[in-house]
Structure formats: structure tokens, C-alpha cells
Design a protein around this ligand. Sequence first.
Ligand SMILES: Cc1cc2nc3c(=O)[nH]c(=O)nc-3n(C[C@H](O)[C@H](O)[C@H](O)COP(=O)(O)OP(=O)(O)OC[C@H]3O[C@@H](n4cnc5c(N)ncnc54)[C@H](O)[C@@H]3O)c2cc1C
Length: 414
Amino acid sequence: MTSEGQQKNIVIVGGGIIGCTTAYFLTRHPAYNPSTHKITIIEATSIASGASGKAGGLLALWAYPASIVPLSYKLHAELAQEHDGAKRWGYRAVHCGSLRAKGRTFGDTNGGAAKGSGEEWQKLPKTDKEKKGKTIAAGIPKDLDWFDAEAVKGYSTMGDPSTTAQVHPFQFTTSMADLAKEAGVKIIFGSVTAIDSFGGGVRGVTYEDKETKHIETLPATDVILSAGPWTSHVYPEAPIDAMRAHSVVIKADVSNYAVFSEVDLPKDFGRTGGGDVKKRRHGLTVSPEMYARPDGTVYACGEGDTHIPLPKTSDLVVCDEDRCQDIIDYCGSISTPMREGDVLAKQACYLPSVSGGGGPLIGSTRTKGLFLASGHTCWGIQNSCATGKLMSEFVFDGKAKSAKIDMLDPKKFL
Ligand SMILES: Cc1cc2nc3c(=O)[nH]c(=O)nc-3n(C[C@H](O)[C@H](O)[C@H](O)COP(=O)(O)OP(=O)(O)OC[C@H]3O[C@@H](n4cnc5c(N)ncnc54)[C@H](O)[C@@H]3O)c2cc1C
């Protein structure tokens, strides 16, 4: 039974990629009728202000969980086709591989402190084709020419353009929000403080308006909790954890590869500033991920940390400049274009995950009309479209139809 004629007030908590794709797919569901179905996103800070605006954006058929990956990968391709995603959010197919390399010390680069205080770095001119050809290491694809030949120890393919793609997550998320708005979705900026229920069913959402600071209540027949790592702040029963991760964007116009690296740092690896040794790493192996983007940049991210607990809102997330500089130094130790490119962004965000592993959680809870769509770990960009589509089916059809997702049932985890 569908709920075509039924009046619905659908409230989505959180304007990250999951909330925005859910809003988009609700408006594309055959039962959606803007005159009887009111859809509202309530976002505490701004659209895509959390991980959804600061992620890498890799999409892969080899991601997890297998129950939703193929559906989501296909929907990404269809959306890109329908809305000119190549232009609008940088959608493209990519090569992907894992690289083993030995980092070298170059002193400070990328506008970091005191160039020349360490060993002089050697500039390899990108336009010099002859020299560029010589820098390609054996065993690595010919066009993966942005790693220094002396640094590369090995390469293995993880995906190719038939199994791997990418989007610019901020552009994709804000586009989903815009397309949903054009189809009738309203966006309110405010922080949800409570989900109101009565007799075993939801009946409203209470929030503090971002501008006025007034406490308001919005009546609701259906509430979708998609506040990423903040989901458990809004709904403490949700077993969702948060882990901080840093990333950088460097200007470097390089070939179309997403690279998972393992870099052995030399014993003397360190950063010097104003003549003082600020930091030294001894015999450490680090694993920055580097994704070339079609806008002539490379996105790179490092490992997560749990030093600072999740703050109340995304605008209070603390970015540790030293951790960003570490990522820049690690990448620069094996790649000349990344060593020389201007740093365009240094940022931090929190990854949502399900306590004890598994997930994401997609589906209904024991409260009628209350749904969870959260805990997407490091594949939330990839799995956003399937999540949005499946949430639209839960709301309008009462069950998931496009994929078999019993394993992701929130009731198993609550
Ligand atoms: C460094 C890094 C790299 C990544 N790279 C990739 C990748 O390459 N590919 C991939 O598939 N995935 C990647 N991910 C994972 C992906 O970013 C996340 O899984 C995804 O962004 C989660 O989206 P979300 O909408 O659930 O959460 P979020 O993006 O955190 O959005 C939640 C939203 O809820 C809002 N909110 C919070 N509290 C409230 C409240 N009380 N009321 C109203 N709104 C509220 C927040 O302001 C925020 O906008 C990466 C993650 C990290 C950290």
C-alpha cells in the first residue's frame, strides 16, 4: 500500500549528503505529491558543513556494504547523466590503486615555514616532457606520473574507470539540496533538540532556530534522522560514534587517479621551521589517500583521531593545522606536484560510524514514523544515493524495495 493521497509532514534532521539525497529521492518517488506531502530539512549550521562537504568523494563498486553499493553506484551514474553531474559536481570515472613508496625529506614546501631551512627540494618541471617520462617508475601505469620515480616501491590496481568514479562531495550535496528545493522541499536552519512522540508514534520535531534562537516545534508524521555523527546527540538511543579526520586540498593538475598510499618515512623525516626542528618522525609508515580531481586539484586525507570529542555543531569543529601539515609533508615526500602546489584548504570533520561495527543503519525504528539513516563510515558519499532512494521507499511504500537491506535494519542495533 502506498501513501499517495495521505497528508504527510516529512522532516529530515541534518543537511549532509544523506539528508539531502533523501530529500531529493523523496521528491522523485512516484507517490510524491507536493500539495499533500510537505518535506522539510532542518540543518543546524549550513548544508554540507560536516564530512559531506570535506570528504574525498570516491565512489566504488568494490566498496561496502554489498547490499547497497551496486544500487548506489548506478544511481550516481544516472544522476550525473540526468543533471550534468560532470559539470555540476565533478562526476567522472577514475583509475584507482595502492602505492607503496619511500618518502624523502625535502624541508618545508607548500608555503610551509622557512623554505631553505632544510634540504633544498628538487623541482622537476612538469612541462618538461622528456624529464617527466623518466620519472615514471617501473611497474606503475605510464600516466600515473605524479609520483617521484625514486620514491615508488610498488603499485597494484584496485579499480579502473568501469568500477571506480568520483564526485566533489560539497558540490554534489549542495546540488541535491538545490534540486530538492526546486521540487518543493523547504530548508530550515536550526538545531534539533528533541523528537516528540506520543502513543508510540512521532508527532513533531523541536528545534532552536539558528537566527532567532527561538524554540520551535514542527509537526511531523515522518522523521528521518540523518545528522551523521550528531545523530546520537539528537536521539541518544542511536549507536553512532564519531571520529575526527583531517584533509587538505592542493593545487596540482595531475592525471586521473585515486591513490591509497603506504609511505615509509626516512629516519630523519621532519619539518623544520625558523631553524628549529618542530617535529620528527622515526621509521614511521603513514597512509595518506590522494584523489586527483577534475578541477586541477588533489584532495588528500590522513588517519583519524579521537583527541577531541564531537563538538555541539559543525562550525565548532577544531582543525589542527599540524595534522594538516603532516598530510602535506607525507604527500610531498613522494610527489613533486604535491610538494610544489599551493595548499587551497586545510580542514577537519567527523566520520559517523556504528558502535561495534557494521552499518550504516537504514530503516525504521520501534517508534512509528521515526527512521534512521546514519553511520555511513568512510563510504557515505558512495552510498548516499541508495540510502536516499531506500528512505523514500520506507516513507512512501512502508518498506525497502530497491535492495535487500535486512542487515542494516536499525532495530537490530537499537
Ligand atoms: C576525511 C574523510 C574522507 C572521506 N572520503 C569519502 C570518500 O571518498 N567516499 C565516500 O563514499 N565517503 C567518504 N567519507 C565518508 C563520508 O564523508 C560520510 O560518510 C558522509 O559525509 C556522512 O554524511 P552524513 O550526511 O551522514 O553526515 P554529515 O555530513 O556529518 O551531515 C550531518 C549534518 O547534520 C547536521 N546536524 C548535526 N546536528 C544537528 C541537529 N541537532 N539539528 C539539525 N542538524 C544537525 C550537521 O550540521 C551536518 O550538516 C569520508 C569521510 C571523511 C571524514
